[in-house]
Design a protein around this ligand. Sequence first.
Ligand SMILES: [Ca+2]
Ligand SMILES: [Ca+2]
Length: 184
Amino acid sequence: MHKSFAASMVIALGVMTASSAARAELVINGGFETGAAWLLIGGGPFPNFGYTAAQAHTGSRSFEFANALARDDTIRQTLATTAGTSYTLSFWLFNSQQGNDHLRVSWEGGLVIDLLPVNIPLNTWTQFTYTVTASLTGSELRFAGYDVPDRIRLDDVSVVAVPTPATLSLGALTLCTFARRRRR
Ligand SMILES: [Ca+2]
Ligand SMILES: [Ca+2]
């Protein structure tokens, strides 16, 4: 009896993991491996930003901001969000040198974080995670930054829906079905 309970718990964990893995990633090309989806908007007369194969958190490319005139260059994309839904926004940053650098993240035009300077541990990737809520169907995600000298690198941008009580109870329902089958 105890054994079968333990077995169902293992199945429950499996079901819940599978259901979180199935949550859709809304950011297209969040790893910057292709040139897709992001719109690049240069700030000022000498923009300096783009995809780079020089370094990556995962995969073989990331995106860098290196405007030497301390003018923000910007990338943005509009995500297929649903109004009223909460999402986990996550991304990774790398800074090789402390200096006059800046990175601003915006969600639907509102500020998520404004790093001025980008004061993170040097020469290592640092993850940032936030919960954001869509007030629109189609939310704009925007990164803007510069670095004097050197560059800020960005990789693995992700936006996935926060699990709702409905998806969790679906997992529990599946668990009951499994448990009942095992008892036969
Ligand atoms: Ca990448
Ligand atoms: Ca820097």
